[in-house]
Structures are given as C-alpha cells and as structure tokens.
Design a protein around this ligand. Structure first.
Ligand code: SF4
Ligand code: SF4
Length: 114
C-alpha cells in the first residue's frame, strides 16, 4: 500500500465518526442485524418431542428432558440455527438477545417448565 493512501485512510478514520459504539457504557442497546442468531427461545408446550433438533445439533447442546421434551444447554450452543431450521412446529428459535452473562451455568439451560 502506498504511503499516501495509508495517510489518507488514517486521516479519514481519525476525523470521521467512530465505527464502534460505547457499549455497554451507552445506555441504549445496539441494534442487531436481521437474522442475528442469539439466545435460544424454546416453546416447550408447542414441542412435539420429535427429537430432530437433538439429531442435527452439531455441538451436543440438546438433550432429552422429561416427558419427551428437550433441553438446550446454551453454554454449549454455537448458534448455528440448525435446530430452529429443522423443528417442524417452530418450537425453537434463535432470538436477537445477545446479553448472556451469568455466574451459574444452570442459567444457560433452556427447557420445559413443568
Ligand atoms: S443453535 Fe445449533 S448448536 Fe445451538 S442448540 Fe441449535 S443446533 Fe445446537
Ligand atoms: S425439533 Fe422442535 S418439536 Fe422436535 S423435539 Fe426439537 S423443539 Fe421439539
């Protein structure tokens, strides 16, 4: 790269608007792009227990729960979206939630609530 081009780029970045935001210091949540794959939401009442999500999950994040329902271990999840894609009844989806901080691993388990 020529030095002139480099200097021009450096100056433009220096004087222009920052590309990053002050999150989490800024009070507003940054918007997520369309199709963002975040925290798993599971509608256990809609789930028919077909276990297709368990079969396709590449990271072993899905396990069988009581009464032919499933549990998602979000701590193991790689957010590929395969489970949501294959679910025949739309019982699982990936939300735009990205703030996933917890001190207890059980907070990352999404399953039925009897
Ligand atoms: S998003 Fe991917 S890794 Fe996460 S539970 Fe679903 S299939 Fe498994
Ligand atoms: S694929 Fe859908 S319906 Fe089948 S077990 Fe998973 S969440 Fe339930």
């Amino acid at each position: 790269m020529k030095i002139g081009v480099m200097l021009r780029d450096a100056l433009r970045r220096l004087l222009g608007r920052p590309l990053t935001i002050g999150y989490p210091l800024k009070p507003e949540r940054p918007a997520t792009p369309r199709g963002y794959r975040g925290m798993i939401a599971y509608d256990w009442e809609t789930c028919i227990g077909c276990m297709l999500c368990l079969k396709v999950c590449p990271s072993g994040a899905v396990s069988v729960a009581d009464r032919r329902k499933v549990t998602f271990d979000v701590g193991r999840c790689i957010f590929c979206g395969q489970c949501a894609e294959i679910c025949p009844v739309g019982a699982v989806r990936l939300t735009s939630e990205f703030e996933m901080v917890a001190v207890d691993r059980s907070a990352y388990r999404v399953g039925p609530r009897w």
